[in-house]
Design a protein around this ligand. Structure first.
Ligand code: GLY
Length: 300
């Protein structure tokens, strides 16, 4: 069975965002839900005004990067040396073009930097000192210390090198009124990560992928999602005839089979949405093509 491409010239938009898949404690439940609902509304408003899927996912992710409850932008986990190093990916399904940023240290909103890379350069991925330099050139740089909040400094000072907890990576995927798809994702990675460590988030096909047929993005233990190029796997499944929900379940089943953990969100060019996770919680919010909003954090 093959997924035939939608011939529609225009369609009702749809969007789903997530704010991380992990054992989110009860004390952070409300904050996560508010954060993802704020983000999905920002993205949907852009889509309703005939804005592009790219603009919608970028702005939804900025909203979550600016919310310190998530492990993205300000408030991210610190690496082994006590610095914030951020990763982000944005991909335009209609052009198969990405902007990927890895281990940037001086940028509050790496998703904006990723978008600049996508739009302005043929290069699709920049890391480390190159990403820092590009942030300065794009007037998107900040003092690296301004990204560190007391909560994370305290956590880092505890010096628990045995804890490698993936936290609230954030992500968004959308279908716009022109039938185009895009994905965006941003993360501070894992606690006490090695300097220069990249997880799945900035890697095209692992932490995110978008084609003309579907878009997907992941959250959780990055190395597991890298092993199976999870987001490309999801899009391939849909091109082979899976629904987004069936594809999401299939990817997370594969993650489970390799002892990985996390979640995935998927949307296709018919506006169908799927999500799945094998952690105890994943914060998500979506607005379907009929305009209804759904949000949640616990498994159904
Ligand atoms: N999934 C985010 C990371 O592992 O960095």
């Amino acid at each position: 069975m093959t997924h035939t491409n939608s011939p529609q010239n225009s369609s009702n938009p749809a969007i789903i965002v997530h704010g991380g898949s992990w054992s989110i404690p009860d004390s952070l439940r409300e904050g996560h839900l508010v954060g993802v609902i704020n983000a999905v509304k920002i993205g949907y408003q852009i889509l309703q005004q005939q804005g592009s899927a790219l603009d919608a996912v970028e702005n939804a992710v900025v909203c979550m990067e600016d919310d310190p409850i998530f492990d993205a932008g300000i408030g991210s986990f610190l690496n082994e040396e006590g610095h914030v190093e951020l990763d982000a990916l944005i991909m335009d399904g209609s052009r198969l073009k990405s902007g990927a940023i890895g281990a940037v240290q001086n940028c509050k909103n790496p998703i904006n930097l990723a978008r600049k890379l996508l739009e302005k350069k043929d290069t699709m991925m920049l890391v480390g000192s190159g990403a820092n330099k590009f942030a300065k050139a794009m007037n998107l740089s900040c003092d690296p210390k301004s990204l560190i909040i007391p909560r994370e400094l305290d956590r880092w000072k505890q010096g628990r090198e045995d804890i490698f907890t993936p936290g609230g990576t954030v992500g968004a995927i959308a279908l716009d009124t022109k039938g185009k798809l895009a994905m965006a994702s941003s993360t501070g990675g894992s606690q006490y990560k090695m300097v220069g460590r990249l997880g799945d988030t900035p890697l095209i096909g692992c932490g995110g992928y978008a084609s003309a047929v579907a878009a997907a993005t992941t959250t959780g233990h990055g190395e597991s999602f890298m092993k199976i190029t999870a987001s490309k796997m999801a899009v391939d499944l849909i091109e082979d005839g899976f629904s987004p929900q069936a594809a999401a379940k299939e990817v997370i089943e594969k993650i489970r089979s390799i002892n990985g953990y996390g979640g995935i969100i998927i949307i296709d060019n018919f506006g169908r949405i799927g999500y799945s996770f094998n952690t105890s919680r994943m914060a998500y919010a979506l607005i379907s093509q009929d305009g209804s909003l759904e949000s949640g954090i616990d498994p159904k």
